[in-house]
Design a protein around this ligand. Structure first.
Ligand SMILES: *[C@@H]1O[C@H](CO)[C@@H](O)[C@H](O)[C@H]1NC(C)=O
Length: 445
């Protein structure tokens, strides 16, 4: 190879290497920090804000339980159609994945959950639940409106969008393991990272919080039937009393955390259900107990699971009863701990800081609650955070899962803009600095 050819190739390489990353859009890398504020301004425009509020209220009026979100799913698809956004449907009965961008890698996901809770709304207002015994008391109506809002923002800024954003609308977050079924149905195909949020009624509007590493606990449920032999309450010697046996089982279960777990490794075992007997003078045949257990690592979780079964069976046997334990994994799959990726935490702090100011981005302590977003994080890096929505005048807001729970709709633009910003800046930063073909070409010389 002669020298002139070398010089020519080196010149080509140098020219590629010096092309600014964002040369074919109006954006330079120095403008990345401006994106979150621009997006928030756009989301606050009355045509965007009013539309999100209207969508959220329509969903709130018609709450549907896990895997039954047919009308909710239809409403979302209609809004995607209105915007001209392509999507795949169905995943896990009612789930949808929309796509914005080139359709090529890299792919990043942003997620909303769609299901309501089996409880009666007690807030009297114009858009109160029209379905008796069902209520959006966990803010999923707002999460959907925010994800649609994020879609509108991204669509408006497609000229700076590199790669593809996957809009993940999932069913059955409330114990049904909708995320797990979405993954099994292929909803994460090509997606390399995912962001999710939850509205937080007791945290100030305009602030967000999260933490790197374990954030929410893994959770499981159990139910046990403790069988004895019923009879006359005044002649106990002819019966085998399952009420006394179940009482001892419950006391023994409380020793798992206090005596067997590392005090620095937070865990919970709660018996929340105790059913048996119906008369003052009859010892019943059997008693049913049930509850939940929580832990922050898979090891601790599996250890609890094993010991819960051993203690129930063993302690029941002490009083001559038999016990069967069911972990209800068909209807309530185990939720893994929600573990936030450390690099995505840095990304979140930067993007949220650019939008809200660094002093509005807080680290928080882990919570014993759980979230099925954790299933995504078992497969790909993911990040879950809390979005404050407590207004200054609202001193004592109802908690999530309360029949008095209310959404502060002022939070809608914040959630929409933050999700859109996290996704678009993730993709911009994931772009190779130099076209890889030119590097390879050079290496091969
Ligand atoms: C427990 O199970 C054994 C074996 O099936 C049975 O013989 C016994 O009667 C059962 N005891 C009670 C209290 O149900």
């Amino acid at each position: 190879m002669d020298i002139s050819r070398w010089v020519f190739l080196i010149l080509i390489f140098v020219s590629f290497a010096t092309i600014p990353i964002f040369s074919d859009s109006q954006l330079s890398s120095g403008e990345l920090p401006d994106i979150p504020v621009k997006f928030l301004d756009f989301a606050k425009k009355s045509e965007v804000f009013d539309w999100m509020v209207e969508v959220r209220r329509r969903i709130h009026e018609n709450p549907e339980l896990g895997y039954e979100e047919l009308e909710t799913s239809k409403l979302i698809r209609e809004e995607l159609d209105n915007m001209g956004i392509q999507y795949k449907y169905p995943f896990a009965n009612t789930g949808i994945v929309g796509f914005i961008g080139s359709g090529d890698p890299p792919f990043v996901g942003i997620r909303a959950d769609m299901d309501a809770l089996p409880m009666q709304e007690m807030v009297d207002w114009e858009h109160k639940s029209r379905n008796p015994g069902k209520m959006h008391a966990c803010g999923h109506d707002a999460h959907i409106a925010m994800l649609l809002g994020a879609a509108k923002i991204l669509l408006q800024h497609q000229n700076i969008l590199k790669g593809t954003v996957a809009l993940v609308f999932q069913p059955a977050e409330e114990g049904g393991g909708g995320a797990k079924k979405m993954i099994e149905a292929g909803a994460l195909e090509n997606v390399e990272a995912i962001f999710g949020l939850h509205v937080h009624p007791n945290f100030p509007l305009g602030k967000v919080s999260s933490r790197p590493g374990p954030f929410l606990a893994g959770s499981g449920f159990f139910e046990a039937v403790i069988s004895g032999r019923g009879g006359h309450a005044a002649i106990p010697q002819h019966s085998i009393d399952p009420i006394l046996a179940a009482s001892n089982v419950i006391v023994s279960l409380q020793h798992l955390v206090s005596r067997e777990a590392d005090p620095l490794d937070s865990q919970v075992v709660t018996v929340a259900k105790f059913q048996g007997g119906g008369a003052f003078n009859v010892i019943p045949d059997s008693v049913t107990i049930g509850g939940t257990f929580r832990a922050f690592s898979k090891e601790s979780f599996l250890q609890l699971r094993q010991r819960i079964e051993e203690v129930i069976v063993g302690q029941a046997a002490v009083q001559r009863c038999n016990a069967t334990v069911d972990f209800l994994t068909n209807s309530k799959p185990f939720f893994p701990p929600t573990v936030n990726d450390k690099n995505l935490h840095k990304h979140f702090q930067r993007v949220a800081g650019d939008m809200l100011g660094n002093d509005h981005v807080k680290d928080m302590e882990p919570l014993m609650g759980s979230e099925d977003f954790a299933f995504y994080q078992e497969v790909i890096p993911g990040y879950f955070y809390m979005l404050g929505m407590q207004g200054e005048t609202n001193e004592n807001p109802a908690s999530v899962h309360s029949p008095y729970f209310k959404i502060n709709e002022e939070a809608l633009p914040l959630g929409a803009a933050l999700q859109a910003s996290l996704a678009i800046t993730y993709l911009l930063e994931a772009q190779p600095q130099v076209p890889s073909s030119s590097i390879n070409g050079h290496d091969e010389l």
